[in-house]
Design a protein around this ligand. Structure first.
Ligand SMILES: [Zn+2]
Length: 142
């Protein structure tokens, strides 16, 4: 699956230049709270729109917990055409599907180093980032 891009949004241009910060994109892409396709504290997928130009994005948050109990936080904004949204909403949201989308589709990414950047080729770490959660409890260290 590969979504076509409408390369008009200034956020994409700024991400490409490395001048976009997390606060700005969070405030500029308004999430439709009625359009959550996944909604958990570690995996959240919704549809958002740039409040400047209207470009639609798949907005995804992922908390990945490694086997060494390290937490990694990722945010993805994947441009999507208006006419693709209806079909996307009908799709069951799974880790493998998001891995395929994030791995193969150009998008704006906020990764582990807290910087926001344009991921032109898709993210090569996608299959790791969206691997199933570890079925272990965190140790109680209190
Ligand atoms: Zn825009």
């Amino acid at each position: 699956m590969c979504y076509n891009i409408v390369m008009v949004c200034h956020l994409i241009e700024e991400a490409g230049k490395g001048t976009l910060d997390w606060q700005t994109i969070k405030e500029t892409v308004v999430v439709d709270e009625n359009a959550h396709l996944a909604d958990s504290d570690k995996f959240d997928v919704s549809i958002g729109a740039c409040k400047v130009c209207g470009q639609k994005y798949i907005v995804c948050f992922r908390e990945f917990n490694s086997a060494k109990f390290e937490d990694f936080y990722w945010n993805f904004w994947i441009p999507i055409r208006e006419q693709e949204i209806a079909a996307f909403k009908q799709t069951e949201m799974t880790y493998p599907l998001m891995a395929a989308i994030v791995g193969n589709t150009p998008h704006i990414c906020r990764g582990d180093k807290k910087t926001v950047y344009w991921c032109a080729q898709g993210n090569p770490l996608a299959s790791t980032i969206f691997s199933p959660p570890y079925m272990v409890d965190y140790p109680d260290v209190s």
